[in-house]
Design a protein around this ligand. Structure first.
Ligand code: ZN
Length: 339
């Protein structure tokens, strides 16, 4: 019998050699050797024990010149699918054949990630306060340093998210579709739904755009899980985008690009409390008046029926049936007129 305390009998554990990341205080890509992928730990600030908080970064510096393309994940600390998307993308990039630089920041909100939570430890949503403030409070300072030390280096940015707890999403993109470049980026990812959203709301995407970075947001599945099919699809879509930007040569894999494009989107909320029963599925197309959900009381009596106010597609929806007044029901996208 194996005694777990007896180290000599721990034959079920194999220990693998890993490279130690290089600690850097600033991201100076020009000092990194070309044609290689570098593992970095970027110092952002210090915790209350006066120890540095360092972001894990992957940097593939190509052999030839080209743009700098950044991919970020887990700015909401529990949105972990994107971590694996970034790692998988780098496994499919040969830096010797890369034109330009690919930078992956798999865990942007590191303090939240280690707490399995969405918000920064002070309770603020980092993706509502970008670009932060140099002399600001905890989350504002962190946001500011992210912009200065990381995001400011990018020409392009894809920010990976997931749904929040109690909700599910389709694979969908938010982008300013009135901008030719970000519209192209949105279409190349291979999402199921694209929602036009000009930004300007304290998000990383909006702050990056204001700093001259072409940025889109991609929602990949559910929080606190790694979903292999969605990871694979997102990884292929990101590489497709690098192909279209002429940073890499085409490989054999390519996503189907047939996203449904929505001109706008919004959430419907309950107007009273109860138990929510959804009557729709993700990506279902609805006509005005189609039933979306029922709300019942603890005795099983029907309180409300919610219907589609206009023709729309289900982009995301609640999974938590316990609905307080004002709870999210569905995220509806209004399909744009064919151009
Ligand atoms: Zn998010």
């Amino acid at each position: 019998m194996i005694n777990a305390d007896d180290v000599s009998s721990n034959t079920w554990i194999s220990r693998h050699e890993v490279m130690q990341p290089k600690v850097v205080d600033d991201l100076e890509v020009s000092t990194l050797e070309a044609g290689r992928t570098h593992l970095l730990a970027l110092t952002l600030l210090e915790n209350a024990a006066a120890r540095p908080i360092r972001l894990p970064l992957l940097v593939a510096r190509g052999s030839t010149a080209g743009p700098t393309f950044g991919v970020t994940a887990a700015i909401h600390g529990n949105e972990v699918n994107g971590i694996r998307v970034i790692q998988a993308l780098f496994e499919h990039i040969d830096p010797k054949k890369l034109r330009g630089t690919l930078i992956g920041a798999p865990i942007v909100n590191l303090p939240a990630y280690i707490r399995y939570q969405r918000e920064y430890p002070d309770g603020q949503d980092l993706n509502r306060i970008m670009p932060g403030r140099a002399n600001g409070n905890e989350a504002q300072l962190y946001a500011h340093l992210l912009m200065q030390r990381l995001i400011g280096h990018f020409d392009y940015l894809v920010d990976l998210h997931t749904a929040s707890f109690g909700r599910v999403n389709s694979l969908y993109v938010r982008a300013d579709m009135s901008n030719e470049l970000t519209a192209m980026m949105a279409r190349q990812i291979g999402a199921e739904i694209i929602v036009h959203n000009p930004g300007g709301d304290g998000t990383l995407r909006a702050a990056a755009a204001a700093a001259g970075v072409h940025a889109i947001t991609v929602e990949v599945g559910d929080p606190q899980v790694i979903e292999r099919p969605l990871v694979r699809k997102s990884r292929i879509g990101l590489r497709d985008l690098l192909e279209d930007l002429n940073m890499v040569d085409p490989d054999g894999e390519r996503n189907e690009h047939a996203a449904i494009e929505c001109g706008r989107s919004y959430w419907l909320y309950t107007d009273t409390g109860g138990i929510l029963r959804l009557r729709v599925a993700l990506r279902q197309e609805l006509s005005a008046g189609d039933e979306i959900a029922r709300l019942i009381d603890p005795w099983g009596q029907l309180l409300r029926t919610y219907t589609a106010p206009e023709p729309a597609i289900v982009v995301g929806m609640a999974t938590n049936p316990v609905a307080r007044a004002g709870a999210r029901i569905v995220h509806l996208g209004v399909i744009a007129q064919p151009r």
